[in-house]
Design a protein around this ligand. Structure first.
Ligand code: HEC
Length: 171
């Protein structure tokens, strides 16, 4: 041991003894080497198989729409509660979810853009940045009409016959 090492070691020990943080070298880089689940991805044979499994698990357009529907309910409630910031939050996430949806199912992009993202999305975002609740409800009705139109255009018009899209209206 060199003459220099001893004082450094003593200082480190003193630090530990008085409850200070241990020297950085003592922190393991990977504190949890165990798999976080049963290692279901690791148990597959190749990265190709893993990507395939993950793609399946992430779902298609319907998993994005599940999220859109859930957030749409919260959007309506936020407007009822006059909670503009919460409405703004869910509206932004609805846009993200639709874009993520057509990342997975590009065939849905044309109608999603034409009927929703390029038409009702920005106007609603703009009006949510104001204090004008009447205009917000008008924008909500426009958004609802766009959801309904896209379902018709994508041959899933039966989606429109459920409380979320049939009964939730501006007051
Ligand atoms: C691309 C146009 C498009 C737009 C815009 C759109 N949808 Fe959809 N929606 C679909 C399609 C297509 C499905 C069926 C998905 C499938 O079968 O994979 C669907 C399914 C749904 C479902 C059922 C999801 C499930 O599986 O439980 C809900 C709820 C829904 N949409 C709500 C909405 C709401 C609310 C809006 C507006 C904020 C909206 N959608 C906007 C195309 C659209």
């Amino acid at each position: 041991m060199s003459k220099l090492t001893l004082p450094i070691l003593a200082a480190a020990l003193a630090l530990v003894a008085c409850g200070g943080p241990p020297p950085p070298a003592a922190i393991p880089e990977h504190p949890a080497p165990e798999p976080v689940s049963d290692g279901w991805l690791g148990s597959l044979d190749s990265h190709g198989d893993r990507f395939r499994a993950l793609e399946g698990y992430l779902g298609g357009f319907s998993s994005a729409m599940w999220e859109v529907g859930e957030r749409y309910l919260h959007l309506h409630q936020a407007l009822v509660d006059d909670n503009r910031e919460l409405a703004e939050y869910h509206w932004a996430k609805i846009g993200d979810a639709i874009r993520q949806g057509y990342l997975k199912r590009p065939g849905r992009q044309a109608n999603a853009d034409a009927l929703f993202l390029d038409t009702v999305f920005e106007p609603m975002a703009d009006v949510l940045a104001t204090e004008d609740l009447t205009a917000m409800w008008a924008a909500f009705e426009q958004a609802r009409a766009a959801c309904i139109a896209c379902h018709a255009a994508e041959n899933v018009a039966f989606m429109n016959d459920q409380p979320m899209l049939r009964d939730l209206r501006a007051p």
